[in-house]
Design a protein around this ligand. Structure first.
Ligand code: NI
Ligand code: MN
Length: 231
């Protein structure tokens, strides 16, 4: 595949596809694991799963510097527009839209979404992004839920799942999620940023190998996954 999935630390990813840079949940400033700086990362689009600071801390700064299109639910997009972000596209759970970088659908996630100033950030979301050569499901921050089976019906190539526990599902539930989603590859996220979400990724990968048919791929911040391998 030509699409590259680059891990920036915590739940931040950069999808490089068809000449576009798509950021998911950019939290670089103040992220002890950040593999890039908000001052110079390139972005054509920024996808925001929910309103928590550790998913959108750098959205305004990157959007105002690059002019990147901000895509999120209606409430979060409205909030950014009131703060001066002009290039934005609101969606909502269950909706699908074709962008230059691929076809995006917002999915259910079980979590919160309050914005940093206490505003309502609508419902939290997961993302299914279908690029020209790969279908990626980023679950966002969520608990395990059995309707992940329906998401599995969308033939997911790569699933990005939180494994940190405490705020989201933990390693054991992420194994069950992988059984529901049936992806070819599963990448963990939302762990080891702070002590409360520390996890043993070797043990997690062994459990995925033992109990699912997916290939576990643990990326260090800064590493990229594509079907050519990890670089
Ligand atoms: Ni959150
Ligand atoms: Mn989070």
């Amino acid at each position: 595949m030509t699409t590259e999935i680059r891990y920036l630390g915590h739940a931040s990813f950069q999808i490089l596809t068809g000449g576009q840079s798509v950021l998911i949940d950019p939290f670089l400033t103040g992220n002890p694991q950040a593999a890039a700086s908000a001052d110079d990362i390139e972005a054509d689009a920024i996808l925001v799963t929910h309103g928590h600071e550790d998913h959108m801390a750098d959205v305004e700064a990157i959007a105002s510097r690059t002019g990147a299109l901000v895509v999120s639910n209606f409430e979060i997009v409205s909030w950014f527009q009131k703060r001066g972000v002009e290039n934005a596209h609101p969606m909502h759970i269950g909706g699908r839209h074709a962008f230059d970088f691929g076809v995006l659908k917002l999915t259910v996630a079980h979590h919160g979404s309050m914005l940093p100033d206490g505003s309502c950030g609508g419902s939290p979301a997961g993302l299914i992004l279908k690029t020209e050569d790969v279908t990626i499901y980023d679950a966002g921050d969520t608990a395990l839920f059995s309707d992940m089976r329906l998401i599995g019906d969308e033939e997911i190539d790569v699933a990005i799942l939180p494994i940190g526990d405490n705020f989201t599902m933990g390693p054991e539930d992420s194994v069950r999620a992988t059984q529901f989603i049936r992806p070819g590859t599963v990448i963990p996220a939302h762990y080891n940023t702070w002590p409360v979400i520390e996890q043993d990724t070797d043990a997690w990968a062994a459990a995925i190998e033992k109990d699912t048919s997916a290939l576990p791929v643990v990326l260090k911040p800064g590493q990229s996954f594509s079907f050519d391998g990890v670089a």
